[in-house]
Design a protein around this ligand. Structure first.
Ligand code: PEP
Ligand code: MG
Length: 747
């Protein structure tokens, strides 16, 4: 076979394109395609093998092999040379195929006459579709150019949407995308959802893989790559200097965007007749195939970066942006590699669930998902490659499990679980207006946690007494600049309006640690959770805190105002924050603003140190709220974001409960109202034990109020206390087994 010229390749692609566009039965078209390829490549044989399921390939068309073998010959992945190409997704080029290790002769095909073999994978973005093979009698090794040309042809075949119809009766093109898959991720937000996949960044649709004019395509590619480079540089300039991870990713983007090898391969593909988009996608497919085999986690991450960069380039080339016209399905479950908090807020409550390939328990997206009460699963490795728009999906946010294209039996079991949940919610609705009063006549106040205006409508329906924690970070996290005082005042005022006179405890800005504001310069910190965060930032840079306090005072406009300061670790921090509030009240009054009718100033107890603060602190604080999420991580020295340790210590651990009891006693000594507003307050057994330890106020997400109230109304706290004290005395590590046993006996 003579060395191919680029124009020959282009001619071949054009003939292929014309054939694909012709009318007629699919099989005929596929047969014609094999003839065209064989003629153009000067080989006696050209065959197309396609996957009929995850592990089986079927000969679907051939010029040169026995026609009786078509749709009869099948092999498993890894079996024979074709199976090996499919396994590794890499070409095999051999002058003497029968002598190759692993060669398996298929007698029905008559292939024994052919000595040379060149097989290349047919793949699309990590999806294995099949193998394209040419063979000839002459014992010759194909030159690099020919391998390349055949890969380009395989790329064009991969774009043929009807490819799957050729694989026997009833089998489908992408077996992989038909099968049911269970993926395990991490719990981002509890709850369950059934719906259909909606890809946040749907695959760019390439309408024409073959181009007429290589020069025009090259120009398009160069212009788009230039644009890409500029945007990557801008992203790097704007990246927060403290965010080492983001900077590392962007630097990898920049390296790829400037890579000569990447550019050269795409240029060569275009010279052979591919459109600029198809050339980008061919590289992307190769990167995805490598991704599946690279054992090194760091390198895999970098290949992910290249994949993301290719997507950006495709969007620039096609102008499709994030919107490829894909319809949002009914009951959408958003699937994304990652998503920013503002984008997630834009989707809002239209989403039934969110599944992130990356993300983390404490990412901003998770904070928003929690505020919106949307089930969220994070760290779901593989979801992006597996999910297609519209796929059926079940999200089990309680277990961190995702069922993609579930079996009917799984869906049925899942629906049963959701129905039980819904029935329980109905039961809870019947006690909505009733107090959380235990059998021994103790009334526990149940408040709700909120962070968005959109949360407030659930205040009346949840049966909450008020808002025990209004997290004010979201308005800061979802913008690119500091929000204006006027905007905040308007928002806080609407929050108070919606609460209809019920108490709302506004927590001042709690940033730092996991919550990094894009527009705020931060020092790089080895341990951000123990670093410059929350009230520490507020006191060191009082400008933003003062502005927020002014907004709150103006929003109250004569109404009662409740403010609490986060992460107070020592008395002096509380007095300093309180003084700033007092001074702000004073100056606002001088400016003629109406003063709140009352001001309650509380502290969040989130570090063990504050439990041992001087008595004067407990006297000065109008109330104390235990931020159990942080308190627990510091009590056990176990990072709340680290999956490896975050569940290691039980909240009902005897030490932790004893500590809670001590805080209750200290507050009782000074008659300081105490509440608990971490996630644990919304878990019925935990809430019960806190109440038994003496807590009289709990704040939780609205959906938890029903279950917690339901349990509290059925128990006598004196009995629970006795069970806990007995377990404490028995040397048990956790009181949970004893309390669970006692609860079982009650029902
Ligand atoms: C907590 O730490 O328990 C708390 C309520 O604050 P956040 O979860 O916002 O840190
Ligand atoms: Mg906290």
């Amino acid at each position: 076979m003579a060395e191919r010229t680029e124009s020959e390749s282009r001619k071949l692609l054009r003939r292929l394109q014309a054939t694909m566009a012709e009318a007629g039965a699919g099989q005929e078209r596929l047969d014609r395609i094999t003839s065209i390829i064989a003629d153009s490549m000067g080989t006696e044989v050209c065959s197309i093998y396609l996957f009929r399921d995850d592990i089986t390939l079927e000969l679907c068309a051939s010029r040169g092999l026995a026609p009786e073998a078509v749709h009869v010959t099948r092999m498993r992945v890894g079996e024979g040379l074709v199976g090996r190409v499919a396994n590794k997704m890499r070409p095999i080029n051999s002058a003497n195929a029968p002598a190759e290790q692993g060669f398996r002769y298929m007698p029905e095909t008559g292939e024994e006459r052919y000595s040379s073999f060149l097989g290349v994978p047919i793949q699309r973005l990590g999806e294995k579709l099949g193998v394209l093979v040419v063979q000839s009698q002459e014992a010759r090794s194909y030159i690099e150019d020919e391998v390349y040309a055949l890969e380009v042809v395989a790329m064009v075949l991969a774009e043929m949407t009807e490819l799957g119809a050729f694989v026997g009766e009833g089998a489908a093109m992408s077996a992989r995308h038909q099968q049911s898959v269970i993926l395990q991720g991490g719990v981002g937000q509890e709850g369950t959802a059934e719906g259909n996949v909606y890809l946040h960044e749907p695959r760019v649709v390439i309408t024409n893989p073959i181009a007429e004019d290589p020069h025009a395509e090259l120009t398009r590619l160069h212009e788009s790559v230039d644009e890409l480079r500029i945007s990557v540089d801008q992203m790097l300039d704007n990246a927060p200097s403290g965010d080492a991870e983001q900077i590392e990713v962007l630097q990898a983007y920049r390296m790829f965007a400037n890579s000569r090898g990447w550019m050269r391969r795409m240029e060569e593909d275009i010279a052979r007749g591919l459109s600029a988009e198809a050339a980008v996608e061919k590289e992307q497919s190769a990167a995805r195939a490598r991704m599946a085999t690279v054992p090194d986690a760091y390198l895999r991450e970098r290949l992910h970066d290249l994949d993301d960069l290719s997507n950006r380039l495709l969007r620039l080339l096609t102008g499709q942006g994030a919107n490829t016209g894909a319809q949002m399905p009914d009951n959408p479950v958003l699937v994304a590699r990652n998503i920013g908090p503002a984008e997630l807020l834009d989707y809002g409550r239209s989403l039934k669930g969110v599944v992130l390939e990356d993300g983390s328990v404490a990412s901003h997206a998770a904070i928003v998902a929690r505020a919106l009460a949307i089930p969220l699963v994070v760290h779901t490795k593989g979801i992006i490659a597996e999910a297609l728009n519209g796929d059926a999906i079940l999200v089990d946010g309680d277990a961190g499990t995702v069922h993609l294209r579930p079996e009917e039996s799984v869906s049925t079991a899942f629906r049963d679980k959701m129905a039980m949940h819904a029935a329980a919610q109905e039961r809870y609705a019947s006690i909505r207006e009733k107090p959380a009063q235990t059998l021994d006549d103790t009334v526990i106040e149940l408040h709700m946690n909120a962070g968005l205006m959109a949360d407030l409508p659930s205040l009346p329906s949840s049966g909450a007494t008020g808002v025990g924690l209004f997290r004010t970070e979201l308005q800061f996290l979802t913008r690119s600049t500091v929000p204006k005082r006027g905007e905040l005042a308007a928002l806080y005022s609407t929050v108070m309006d919606s609460a209809g006179g019920k108490r709302v405890a506004f927590r001042t800005l709690d940033i730092g640690s996991d919550k990094v504001l894009p527009y705020m310069k931060r020092p790089e910190e080895p341990n951000p959770a123990l670093g410059w965060r929350a009230i520490r930032v507020g006191l060191d840079k009082p400008g933003v805190m003062r502005m927020q306090l002014q907004a709150l005072i103006r929003a109250a406009n004569g109404r009662a105002l409740t403010i609490m300061f986060p992460f107070i670790a020592q008395f002096e921090e509380f007095t300093a924050a309180r003084d700033l509030l007092m001074r702000t009240l004073d100056s606002e009054s001088k400016l003629g603003h109406v003063m709140p009718k009352s001001v309650e100033v509380g502290a969040m107890l989130e570090t063990p140190s504050l439990a041992f603060a001087p008595r004067q602190f407990f006297e000065l604080a109008d109330f104390i709220s235990i931020g159990g999420n942080d308190l627990k991580q510091f009590f056990f020295a176990a990072d709340r974001e680290n999956e490896q340790v975050r569940r290691r210590y039980d909240t009902l651990n005897v030490s932790f409960l004893t500590f809670i009891e001590q805080i209750v006693e200290r507050c009782a000594d000074t008659s300081t109202p105490l509440s608990f507003c971490g996630e644990d307050a919304g878990r019925p057994t935990e809430a019960l034990c806190f109440a038994a330890m003496g807590l009289r106020s709990l704040s939780m997400r609205p959906a938890s109020i029903g279950p917690v109230k339901n349990l509290l109304r059925r128990v006598d706290l004196r009995e629970v206390r006795a069970v806990i004290h007995e377990a404490q005395g028995s040397g048990a590590q956790s009181v949970r087994p004893a309390v669970n046993e006692w609860l079982r006996m009650q029902s």
